[in-house]
Design a protein around this ligand. Structure first.
Ligand code: IMP
Length: 441
């Protein structure tokens, strides 16, 4: 049963949306398994641009089932806006299903996110301020509200909201100087959320179990990236969920044996938004080139992304943590016009001089690491029109071969531009099956 996990292999923003969009054509089910509206996915389809925060972009294909899984956190207002915009463009959301187990981001989570960042001052995480951390905190603290709670009887829902207010108010008021939660007001808000989300809440476990039984193609879509993973990333400068491949199981309800392949999406270089150490970060003209030509601004917050050379130390770690079977390299065309390319093969500890091959567990150690580079000549002209691996300039092949060797993972897909056609498929990632259809316009 082909269930393919698509993970961001770096610090997020790797261009997952385009690859997911391409592969979704052959899938019957597309599942978003973690994160919330901190994610921003842009899909360019036939000259039209679609932006997604919560809904899997597979919704652009008629007839595909799109699931927002139990590992996600949903801000109902953002979801509603996204659904409305899709409807306005005549995109059907009839096959959108929301897990009753997914947690809800409520307005106080968003406010709390901002207050916490302000309190941290210089040491702030640089969150998207979408309430993600506080929502997951409440989930772990067992005082969250889940999508399925909206469908409880009025009495039970009010009971739950009263329990939440009782537990949260001393903290919101005492520690963060916020207004106390009023269970009645929350109830009124939830009545509204019930109307906008209710029709989509379904038993996604059952839906997925059927999919597995029927041997359907399933695509599991991660948001953010491996280095932002709560357990495996550059803690504490991470998000509050598990974007890594393990999160695909807990966040969807599929067991590990159902997963057939894991594909890591990575840019040909590296970017990061928010705070935290970034060994290959560039402050020179090459960095400016990557930012400008790569249009490195966040979809969700519009913040400028920090840019740097490809970090093979971080990526080797990422390949191991995710059990990557293949790499999808995006934005190779952004190198057009550069004279020299670099790959970071190892780190040198500035304090001790020691050469390090492993990605450190602590940012306090990572901060002391400087990159050791191999240098490569770039190509003349552009690669954006190329569709076959053989047609790439030799310089590109040498760079990509070395990258793949350093990361110890083969390359499955190369993207040379934002349009879906601007893709080199090195191997079949998801097989065609009888139910795959090419419904794309
Ligand atoms: P949060 O997820 O909003 O709590 O933010 C935590 C960290 O993850 C910050 O450094 C954010 O910039 C980063 N982050 C969250 N979502 C994304 C994303 O979709 N792309 C890249 N970085 C992200």
């Amino acid at each position: 049963m082909p269930a393919v996990v698509i993970v961001g292999a770096q610090w997020g923003d790797e261009g997952k949306a385009k690859i997911i969009d391409l592969l979704a054509e052959r899938a019957q089910y597309i599942i978003r398994y973690q994160g919330g509206c901190n994610a921003g996915h842009t899909v360019v389809r036939g000259g039209e641009t679609f932006k997604f925060h919560l809904v899997p972009s597979g919704v652009l294909y008629p007839g595909k089932s799109c699931i927002i899984g139990p590992g996600t956190v949903i801000y109902p207002d953002v979801l509603h806006e996204e659904i409305q915009k899709l409807k306005e463009r005549n995109i059907s959301v009839d096959r959108l299903f929301i897990s009753p187990r997914a947690h809800l981001t409520l307005p106080y989570h968003v406010e709390l996110d901002g207050r916490k960042e302000e309190l941290l001052g210089e040491g702030k995480i640089g969150t998207t301020r979408r309430g993600i951390g506080p929502t997951y905190e409440d989930k772990v603290g067992r005082i969250g509200l889940r999508a399925g709670d909206l469908l409880l009887s009025d009495d039970l829902l009010l009971q739950r909201l009263t329990m939440i207010a009782d537990q949260k108010n001393p903290i919101l008021v005492g520690a963060f100087n916020m207004e106390p939660l009023d269970p009645r007001e929350l109830f009124t808000l939830c009545e509204y959320y019930r109307t906008i989300m209710g029709p989509y809440i379904a038993d996604t476990d059952e839906i997925l179990a059927d999919a597995v039984e029927q041997d359907d193609n399933i695509l599991l879509e991660g948001a953010q990236g491996t280095m932002l993973d709560l357990d495996h990333g550059t803690y504490p400068f991470v998000t509050s969920s598990n974007p890594t491949a393990g999160g695909a199981c807990t966040g969807s309800g599929l067991g590990p044996k159902a997963i057939s392949r894991v594909i890591g999406i990575t840019k040909a270089y590296t970017t990061r938004v928010g705070s935290g150490p970034f060994p290959t970060e560039l402050f020179d003209e090459s960095g400016q080139h990557l930012a400008k030509v790569g249009a490195e601004f966040g979809t969700t917050t519009g913040r400028a992304r920090r840019c740097g050379w490809f970090d093979a130390v971080a990526m080797r770690y990422s390949a191991r943590i995710n059990g990557l079977d293949g790499l999808a390299i995006t934005k190779l065309d952004v190198f057009d016009g550069l004279e020299e390319l670099r790959l970071c093969t190892a780190y040198r500890n500035r304090q001790t001089g020691e050469v390090v091959q492993q990605f450190p567990s602590h940012i306090e150690i990572l901060e002391h690491m400087e990159p050791i580079y191999e240098s490569f000549p770039a190509w003349q002209g552009s690669v954006s029109h190329i569709r076959q691996y053989e047609d790439l300039p030799n310089e590109a092949k040498i760079y990509l071969n070395r990258l793949s060797e350093l990361v110890k993972t083969p390359i499955s897909i190369i993207s040379v531009g934002p349009d879906r056609e601007q893709t080199i498929m090195v191997e079949e990632v998801l097989p065609h099956n009888a139910k795959s259809s090419c419904l794309v316009s």
